[in-house]
Design a binder for this molecule. Structure first.
Ligand code: ADP
Ligand code: MG
Length: 690
């Protein structure tokens, strides 16, 4: 490999293998690597030595504090810093960081949502080191903090975070894949789930942002008429990146590279002021942690550049929203199982995993959709270049043809040959790795050697989404493996073919290669019996069905009490967000917009009065008309405020409808009120970065 020509401090702030070898004894390094790579239990006897080394290493990078870095159910990351320094005697300190500090922490984190898993009198949760994700140092203006990735549980062992179920779901996949691979006579090994999370975001100028209480408090605009020029010219996507934005991106990348985060691709997205950052894929747990750091870094660096990074799924109505494409795959002993491969054995394994995914998505489309249930995403899914809330799979023409032939058990024309495709004996025709013309309207697309799940929202933690994906696929891989295990040796391939055929016949309704944006698909999907869960409450409700409670408990990922607590937490979060937005909309309309309309009306009335007083007739009609329209708009605005105020004492649906009506009135007024009187920065300015 060529050395990197740039002077990049790649991975400098990660306690990686190189750092371990520098700071730890050889035996300790081996023990620690064994724990990290083979997911072996941590040997407590090395904890003190590792802690000491970590402290030395971090202090050399300017760290004064350490924190257990965890991912509570709020969907963000949490940290409570403790200084390394402990006083000894008078006015003296020593730096101390013990094995105990490293392995376990007790943040008094009683304010994090637990969905009733903890009562306040026993509110303490504890954090425990997740050895599979390396420690790192976060630098800030005046120092640095050693971050130890951890899981967060209650004292009675229930999970309170997003990471623990993710790790459990990876174990479920590992068990299932190993079982399947044994059926194919593959050597024992490990399954590694891989994730490449493409992150979309908007940038807005900070000075304008500070004049928008809606953006500041809700992360999205609650008012705003679309500008004449939005994205219709399609000139932003992949366009040349403005110097100010490029400088920002370069700084983001440098920070990420220091943290060993392989940020690779950067480009303008479809909407004006929208961008994307895509890293190289990594092992799932690490990729999730890294995506959390990507979001944090984007926000922090933007701030230093007089910009604000909006990670909300739909900051602006009428232009594209932001998603987070989760590129997901599974490898075994270093081989990607979703790569069709070049020989019949690899093809057979590929088809078995593919059939498992098809079965999983068909049986559990509801809970997969629920994993993307997030208030911001409700505004995005099904609108402007975002997949609909209906979960379906896109396979592409070539693979669909293969699948159809297995389904029908008929002759096929693949590779230019006629004849029946015999699974495990014949070689599959080449399946292209689509990069250009693949179907962007599909929520779950096969892209040649991985699936790209496009429904997740840009601000979501990938762990919930991938945890569900792992769990449902593990369940189906187990199902297939159990069936294959029954096959007689001498009829293995015929038997396998029959199993695949049965699965495809039962579940191919979830495959859809057409236009996911079209109204016809909504109708067709309904005919096929596919769920269309349009809103967060509809989607979350499926977490509580007997079927899903059993599934997660059977796979050892979430106990029914943990599932119920998650439902409670997510629903409460949704309800709180709706109410908050309702209040902000009301306050903004009453205290900012209404006064502006009144003053415009006042100015017009005065001008009309003068005009008439001096005996002019020309212009009177226009002034009268305009004043009448604005006056009517003012009345409507005021009625809209009253309705919203009333709705705020009712349910979420009432609040949302009242907000929509109020917005329609306000946005119409925005298009007729004079620019100098309109108090909020407009879309045309917000969506431009100079
Ligand atoms: P796009 O055209 O969507 O940008 P890319 O081929 O560049 O497609 O891949 C997008 C993302 O998919 C990247 O983050 C890439 O690293 C990731 N990716 C590629 N292969 C895998 C894999 N086997 N597992 C998970 N993610 C993968
Ligand atoms: Mg993509």
């Amino acid at each position: 490999m060529e050395p990197c020509p740039l002077n990049i401090a790649y991975g400098e702030d990660v306690f990686n293998e190189k750092a371990m070898r520098e700071y730890l004894a050889k035996d300790t390094v081996e023990t620690l690597l064994h724990t990290m790579n083979d997911r072996a239990p941590l040997d407590p006897s090395i904890a003190n030595e590792v802690a000491h080394a970590l402290k030395q290493w971090a202090m050399q990078r300017g760290a004064t504090h350490f924190t257990h870095w965890f991912q509570p159910l709020t969907g963000t990351t949490a940290e409570k810093h403790d200084a390394f320094f402990e006083p000894v005697g008078t006015a003296e300190t020593i730096a101390r960081f013990s094995g105990k500090n490293l392995i376990m922490g007790e943040p008094d984190a009683s304010s994090f949502p637990s969905g009733g898993l903890r009562c306040t009198f026993e509110a303490r949760g504890y954090t425990a080191w997740d050895v599979t994700s390396p420690a790192f140092v976060k630098r800030h203006a005046n120092g640095a903090t050693l971050c130890i990735p951890t899981v967060f549980c209650s004292y009675t062992g229930e999970v309170l975070d997003k990471k623990t179920p993710l790790l459990r779901s990876m174990q479920a996949m590992d068990r299932a894949v190993r079982k399947l691979m044994a059926c194919f006579g593959e050597p024992d090994g490990h399954a590694v789930i891989t994730l490449g999370a493409e992150q979309e975001y908007f940038l807005v100028d900070k000075a304008l942002y500070l004049k928008r209480p809606d953006l500041m408090q809700c992360g999205r605009t609650l008012f705003g008429a679309p500008p004449a020029r939005n994205q219709q010219l399609e000139d932003h996507y992949f366009g040349s990146i403005k110097p100010r934005v490029l400088t920002f991106m370069e700084e983001v990348e440098q920070e990420l590279w220091r943290l060993g985060i392989p940020a690779k691709t950067r480009h303008n997205e479809a909407a004006p002021a929208q961008f994307e950052l895509a890293p190289m894929f990594e092992e799932l747990n690490l990729a999730v942690d890294h995506n959390m750091l990507v979001m944090e870094t984007l926000r922090n660096v933007a701030d230093r550049h007089g910009l604000v990074c909006l990670l909300h799924e739909k900051p602006f109505a009428g232009v594209n929203g932001s998603g987070k494409h989760n590129n997901w795959s599974v490898a075994y002993n270093g081989k990607n199982l979703l790569d069709p491969g070049k020989n019949p054995q690899d093809n057979a394994i590929f088809l078995s995993v593919l059939a498992s995914v098809i079965r999983a998505i068909d049986l559990h489309a509801d809970v997969l959709r629920a994993s993307t249930a997030h208030f911001g995403n409700d505004h995005r899914l099904g609108a402007l270049e975002a997949p609909p809330a209906i979960i379906s799979i896109f396979l592409g023409d070539e693979l669909t043809e293969v699948i159809q032939h297995i389904e029908q058990g008929e002759a096929m024309e693949g590779n230019g040959k006629r004849g029946k495709l015999r699974v495990g004996v014949d070689t599959l025709p080449p399946i292209p790795r689509d990069t250009s013309d693949r179907n962007r309207t599909s929520p779950f697309a096969f892209t040649g050697n991985k699936f790209e799940f496009r429904a997740p929202g840009s601000s979501q933690n990938c762990s919930g989404v991938c945890m569900v994906l792992n769990t449902i696929v593990a369940d189906s891989i187990n199902f297939i493996a159990d069936a294959i295990a029954q096959l007689p040796k001498d009829a293995f391939h015929e038997g396998l073919e029959a199993i695949l055929q049965r699965i495809i016949r039962e579940h191919s309704r979830v495959i859809f290669n057409g236009d996911g944006y079209s109204a016809a698909w909504v109708e067709e999907a309904q005919k096929r019996g596919l769920p269309n869960l349009r809103t967060v409450p509809e989607a979350l409700a499926v977490l509580l069905t007997e079927k899903n409670l059993n599934l997660f408990s059977k796979q050892g990922v979430l106990h029914p009490t943990e599932m119920r607590s998650r439902y409670d937490v997510f629903f409460a979060e949704y309800a709180r967000k709706v109410r908050l937005e309702g209040k902000v909309a009301l306050e903004t309309a009453r205290t900012i917009l209404e006064p502006a309309v009144i003053s415009e009306l006042g100015v017009l009335a005065k001008k009309l009065h003068y005009t008439q007083t001096v005996g002019l007739t020309a212009g009177v009609k226009t002034l009268t008309n305009k004043a009448t329209i604005i006056g009517a708009g003012l009345d409507e605005l005021s009625t809209g405020c009253a309705t919203l105020e009333c709705a705020l004492t009712a349910d979420e649906q009432a609040i949302l409808s009242a907000m929509t009506a109020l917005r329609t009135t306000a946005d119409q007024l925005e298009t007729i009120i004079g620019d100098e009187h309109w108090p909020l920065p407009k879309y045309r300015d917000l969506l431009q970065i100079h």
